[in-house]
Design a protein around this ligand. Structure first.
Ligand code: URA
Length: 237
C-alpha cells in the first residue's frame, strides 16, 4: 500500500477541474419506467445463489438476470470488478450511461474522481479494491433506483460480500449506506463520520463522488471519511 500524507489526500481531493461537469443527473430528466407485472420479475428465491461459489459465476448470473424491470432496459449489467480478496469493497449506487455501455463500474467522471480518492489513501482499483454497486443495471435517465429494484438486486450484493470477504467496506452515497446499515431512513450526514460494522466487516460511509463533484462543500467530510478508512486499514495491518 502506498502512503500519502493528510495534506496530500486533501490536494488530491481538490484536484477536480477536469471532472466537474455533468454526470450526476439524479432527479432531473426522470422518465417514467415501464412497469412489469409481478409474474415477469421473478424472485430472489428463484435465483440459485446458494450454489454459486465464485465471483465470476455470480457475475454470469447477474448478466443474465431479469429479476426486475431494469433487466429488460439495460444494455449491459454491471456486476462489479476488482480484487478477489479486497482490502476495500467499494459500493456505489448503480450504473450510469458509460457503465451500461461497457459493463464496467465507475468508468465516467465519478469513476475518475473515485480513482483519485483511492490513490489518496494508497489504493488502486487494479490491486486491492473491488468496486460494485447496490443495483447492477442502469435505471432509465440515471434516475434513483426504486425500492423494489434494490430489493431484487440485494441478494447479489450480499453474495458478493460473502464471496469476497473484504477487509473493509466503503459505501458511496445514501443508498449504499442504507442497504449496508439496514437503516432505510438514515441520512448520509448521520451515517458518515464513524465506523459501522456489517457481519463483522468494518464499514465507512461517505458521499458519492458525483455529489462531491457538484458540491465542493462535501470535500471536507469526504476527506475526513477517507482518513477514517486509511487509519482503519493501517490498524488492520
Ligand atoms: N455511479 C455509481 O454509483 N456506480 C457506478 O458504477 C457509476 C457511477
Amino acid at each position: 500500500m502506498m502512503k500519502n500524507s493528510v495534506s496530500e489526500i486533501w490536494d488530491i481531493l481538490c484536484d477536480v477541474e477536469d471532472l466537474q461537469h455533468g454526470e450526476y443527473r439524479r432527479g432531473r430528466d426522470q422518465a417514467p419506467t415501464p412497469k412489469r407485472s409481478r409474474r415477469d420479475t421473478g424472485s430472489a428465491e428463484a435465483r440459485p445463489l446458494d450454489s454459486v461459489t465464485s465471483i465470476d459465476a455470480l457475475g454470469d448470473l447477474i448478466r443474465r438476470c431479469k429479476a426486475c424491470q431494469l433487466g429488460s432496459l439495460r444494455k449491459n449489467a454491471v456486476p462489479g470488478e476488482g480484487a478477489a480478496n479486497p482490502l476495500v469493497m467499494v459500493i456505489g449506487e448503480g450504473p450510469g450511461g458509460g457503465e451500461d455501455e461497457t459493463g464496467r463500474p465507475f468508468v465516467g467522471r465519478a469513476g475518475q474522481y473515485l480513482d483519485k480518492w483511492l490513490a489518496a489513501i494508497g489504493l488502486s482499483r487494479e490491486n486491492e479494491v473491488f468496486i460494485g454497486n447496490v443495483i447492477k443495471c442502469r435505471p432509465p435517465n440515471n434516475r434513483d433506483p426504486e425500492a423494489e429494484e434494490m430489493e431484487a438486486c440485494l441478494p447479489y450484493l450480499l453474495k458478493q460480500i460473502e464471496l469476497l470477504q473484504p477487509k473493509s467496506i466503503l459505501c458511496l452515497g445514501r443508498f449504499a449506506g442504507r442497504k449496508i446499515s439496514g437503516d432505510e431512513q438514515a441520512s448520509l450526514s448521520r451515517m458518515r463520520g464513524s465506523l459501522h460494522s456489517f457481519k463483522n466487516i468494518p464499514v465507512v460511509v461517505t458521499y458519492h463522488p458525483s455529489a462531491v463533484l457538484r458540491n465542493a462543500e462535501l470535500r471536507r467530510p469526504v476527506w475526513e471519511d477517507l482518513q477514517l478508512l486509511k487509519n482503519l486499514l493501517a490498524d488492520l495491518g
